[in-house]
Design a protein around this ligand. Structure first.
Ligand code: MG
Length: 447
């Protein structure tokens, strides 16, 4: 398939980017460090602000952790871009556009030292990249920066050389600059799903970020556009406004982290990588474990009883205010324990008439909902039932399936085991049933 964005970019370059811009831009490749007269009439490099867009949910990688927070070479992906800009002498402000509902995670990823940099601020992103960039630019309304570099956090390997080439390219009436790479694959066009031709790739370029702009100009263009015309990159707004745009030679290391395999490629491109392949870095992981225990006494009358979410025939019923399901009660307490959020008696007091004969499935459903409210994800449940009778093993998989149904976990993440107490104690004497449980939770927020 032909890459539509590349095709459109080529079209726009043909229409608006003058050949001289390409020539001057690529000349910069060979004279990177030579000072140039800037658009602002000074030999001093203009002050640069950076807007780093890190508001995505990372759904394409189907990760519990969005890609900007994954570990790459010993630090979160987002921090690579932040460090590249923060260590550049001309950068005076860094705006990180983070997920509106997950600032705590951004702060945690950045760590205390980066958060202490007074050039750095976090602002809330919008539903689209365009809205997020607009929010980032709005935060620079009173900035002293003359240029702004707009960058996607998913391209972690930014170099000072690229930042310098972009800043140098914005001069002599050029108001925007971007890195581009030649397209090396042969490009085909299709019509009705069939190959219809070969595209001349000499005029086709792959666009990267960071893209750099005169700050006042791009802020105005974003405000004027206000999402009325969707664009996939910021240069498109400059194209549509008929501005002169320079391209500089891009960098293969600016590869975008899109698919899971890309992490290994980025590690290779990074070169000197202190923690090659370390995706589950300790600072990214916040696993917590809780345990629960419950006992109910048998009643004099006959069963059935509720146990681990299913109804079982039993010589004796259970004495309890609710349905007396010790299995589900122990699981609830394991979750509440990992959350540091009270216990089942706190959330569902036996003194409350509402819970008389209550179906304990609703207690477990509630405990799982509490995980979401604490920004935690339930990862597995493990239950041990201790009794002489009824026999549990024939019902084990039905119990696992029911717990999976209530909790929303895959059945592979649910364990149900049973033991007797060898005739010892109250369970050994057949006076009641005990259950103990473990829950593990992955916390996203670092709270
Ligand atoms: Mg109980």
């Amino acid at each position: 398939m032909v890459s539509a964005p590349c095709n459109r970019l080529a079209h726009r370059f043909n229409r608006q980017a003058k050949p001289v811009d390409f020539i001057s831009a690529f000349r910069d490749k060979w004279h990177m460090s030579a000072p140039s007269q800037t658009a602002h009439g000074s030999q001093t490099p203009p002050a640069i602000a950076a807007v780093i867009v890190a508001a995505g949910s990372g759904s394409r990688m189907q990760e519990a952790v969005p890609k900007q927070f994954l570990a790459l070479c010993g630090k979160p992906v987002l921090c690579h871009s932040v460090d590249a800009f923060a260590s550049h002498a001309a950068v005076v402000e860094i705006i990180i556009v983070g997920p509106a509902d997950d600032f705590v995670r951004v702060r945690r990823a950045l760590g205390t030292e980066r958060m202490g940099d007074n050039r750095l601020r976090i602002v809330a992103g919008g539903a689209t990249r365009q809205q997020s960039v607009r929010a980032g630019l709005a935060a620079l309304a009173s900035s002293r920066a003359r240029l702004v570099s707009i960058h996607d956090a998913a391209r972690p390997l930014v170099s000072h050389a690229v930042i310098d080439r972009l800043a140098t390219a914005i001069s002599g009436g050029v108001m925007a600059a971007l890195p581009v790479l030649a397209v090396t694959d042969t490009l085909k066009s299709t019509e009705s799903g069939r190959i219809s031709g070969t595209i001349d790739r000499s005029n086709v370029w792959a666009a990267q970020t960071p893209q750099m702009f005169d700050l006042a100009t791009i802020a105005r263009l974003h405000e004027e556009n206000n999402g009325t015309q969707p664009v996939t990159d910021d240069i498109s707004l400059a194209e549509d406004a008929g501005l002169r745009i320079a391209s500089i030679e891009g960098d293969r290391r600016l590869m975008k982290l899109t698919h899971e395999d890309d992490l290994a490629m980025l590690v290779a491109l990074a070169g000197d990588c202190p923690a090659k392949g370390d995706r589950a870095m300790a600072e990214m992981m916040d696993m917590r474990v809780g345990n629960g225990f419950d006992v109910h006494r048998f009643a004099d009358g006959p069963g059935p009883i509720m146990l681990a979410g299913i109804s079982l025939p039993s010589q004796h019923g259970m004495l309890a205010h609710s349905d007396g399901d010790v299995g589900l009660h122990a699981l609830c307490d394991a979750i509440f324990g990992a959350l540091g959020d009270g216990d089942i008696g706190f959330h569902f007091p036996p003194s409350d008439a509402r819970w008389k004969n209550a179906d304990s499935a609703q207690f477990l459903r509630y405990a799982v909902e509490r995980c979401g409210q604490h920004n935690a994800e339930l990862r597995n449940l493990d239950l041990t039932i201790i009794c002489e009778a009824p026999k549990i093993t024939p019902h084990r998989d039905a119990m696992r399936a029911r717990i999976a149904e209530i909790s929303g976990l895959p059945i592979s993440r649910i364990g149900v085991k049973a033991t007797t107490s060898e005739g010892l104690g109250f369970t050994g004497r057949g006076e009641g049933i005990a259950a103990q449980a473990t829950a593990s939770l992955l916390f996203r927020s670092g709270e």
